[in-house]
Design a protein around this ligand. Structure first.
Ligand SMILES: Nc1nc2c(c(=O)[nH]1)N[C@H]1C(S)=C(S)[C@@H](COP(=O)(O)OP(=O)(O)OC[C@H]3O[C@@H](n4cnc5c(N)ncnc54)[C@H](O)[C@@H]3O)O[C@H]1N2
Ligand code: MOO
Length: 405
């Protein structure tokens, strides 16, 4: 077991310990937010047939002059959805509507508003541009072009692309199955009044939201006391249900009721325990069989921060997608750290006059200050060893969910 390692080492160990989950086939209608498993290619060009981009008249550009001087006979009207293959006779035109297939031999559409129609004859302006208002058959995408890339998130627009390419189903990466165990004798169910020293579980709801936001499935969120037997039963139950990741919170530091490390060690193995970071120092990572276990320190802010920094990247890895990159911001104020560990500050962000991000730390940075986690837009990383920061110093930031950026 490693202990007191740096945050970067800890994150590296977590990431190198998991692989992308296998794929599964689902209907396109259920695919929003899912991750594409394998590259997908168009089996035909899109839209697949040359069609009119405007309502008007389809003709051959060679007949434009004649159309202006003596007019052209109109052979008929082609509507969108007309499945007949019309052929244009020399020296004639078809009335055609937006999206309707171009008749064979026509290469230009002149819009309705520029046409003068008398009975079955139409006059069109001589200066119409040859080839105007026609969408070629591969206007949107060529046959064989990639229409979805492995690892990308299925957005509404990407789903629409697959729908237009005729895919009713899509192969996506299976969602990680996650169980949450909130531990602590002080936790009381929401329907019961609080006694002295008791509190309601907020870590369970926090992790339910974060796990869902990260694109994983919650198998169960369970609250249990600090008793080692209860902890063991809960962990074994989750492992038996083949979850990919167990997230526990609380009971992982040095207190008399902190039984999780010993319980996890007895059932499986601890990869690391305690990381040189603040908040979240007591965090533990291990395995029970093939199930990964991240034991997050119980303080509510530590739960949120260690989830973002260790659990979310792990879930990203299981999903086969790259994690959001950090980005540079400038400190709006100077500050002094009174320890050497890496620290993650909760900040709000605004743009300075040059449009660069400026980070202001929230006032209350304590590990129990859940309200400041809710107000924060990003986490700023203060490097190990560096104690002094001046206004304007550049630091790395990562977005928090719902940070409205
Ligand atoms: N002697 C030491 N004391 C502490 C250390 C240490 O290294 N040596 N580490 C401190 C740090 S840092 C943290 S963080 C906490 C984490 O300890 P635990 O993981 O054992 O967490 P608990 O003691 O069980 O709880 C801490 C705190 O959070 C509240 N909590 C816990 N679960 C929930 C929940 N589901 N919903 C709401 N609030 C919860 C709990 O009541 C405590 O107030 O230890 C420090 N101490
Ligand atoms: O995780 Mo503890 O502060 O570092 O609360």
């Amino acid at each position: 077991m490693r202990t007191r390692l740096s945050f970067d080492e800890a994150q590296g160990l977590v990431l190198s310990d998991v692989l992308r989950l296998p794929g599964e086939t689902i209907v396109l209608d259920a695919a929003l937010g899912r991750i594409v498993d394998v590259d997908m290619y168009a089996r035909f060009a899109l839209p697949g047939f040359a069609n009119a981009a405007m309502d008007g008249y389809a003709l051959s550009a060679a007949d434009l002059e004649r159309a202006a001087i003596q007019g052209l006979p109109v052979s008929g009207t082609i509507l969108a959805g007309d499945t007949r293959e019309h052929v244009l006779r020399d020296g004639s035109a078809f009335a055609i509507m937006t999206g309707a297939p171009m008749p064979l031999g026509a290469d230009t559409v002149v819009i309705q508003e520029q046409a003068r129609r008398e009975g079955d004859q139409v006059w069109l302006p001589a200066d119409a541009r040859p080839g105007a208002n026609v969408r070629p058959a591969d206007d949107d995408c060529a046959e064989g072009a990639r229409v979805a890339a492995a690892g990308e998130t299925l957005t509404p627009a990407r789903i629409a692309v697959l729908a237009s390419a005729g895919f009713p189903e899509v192969d996506v990466v299976r969602r990680p199955r996650v169980a949450v165990l909130a531990t602590g004798d002080e936790l009381v169910p929401p329907e019961r009044p609080l006694g002295h020293g008791q509190r309601y579980d907020s870590n369970g709801p926090l992790l339910r939201g974060l796990v869902t936001d990260a694109g994983a499935d919650i198998v169960e969120v369970r609250c249990c006391g600090d008793c080692p037997e209860q902890l063991r039963r809960a962990l074994q139950d989750f492992v038996a249900r083949e979850v990919d990741l167990i997230l526990t919170c609380g009971g992982v530091s040095a207190g008399a009721a902190d039984h999780l490390p010993a319980t996890i060690a007895a059932l499986g193995e601890i990869v690391f325990w305690k990381v040189r970071m603040k908040p979240g120092m007591p965090v533990l990572y291990g395995r029970i069989g093939t199930t990964r276990v991240l034991a997050l320190p119980g303080n509510p802010v530590s739960v949120g921060v260690t989830f973002e920094l260790l659990a979310r990247p792990l879930l990203d890895r299981l999903l086969g997608r790259s994690s959001a990159a950090t980005f540079p911001v400038r400190m709006a104020v100077g500050l002094r750290k009174n320890h050497a560990r890496m620290e993650f500050l909760r900040v709000t962000l605004e743009n300075d006059k040059e449009g660069r991000w400026l980070a202001t730390p929230l006032e209350h940075q304590g590990s129990g200050a859940l309200t400041s986690l809710a107000s924060a837009q990003a986490l700023v990383r203060l490097e190990e060893g560096q104690r002094e920061y001046q206004p304007g110093d550049v630091v790395q930031a990562s977005r928090l969910p719902g940070g409205n950026l």
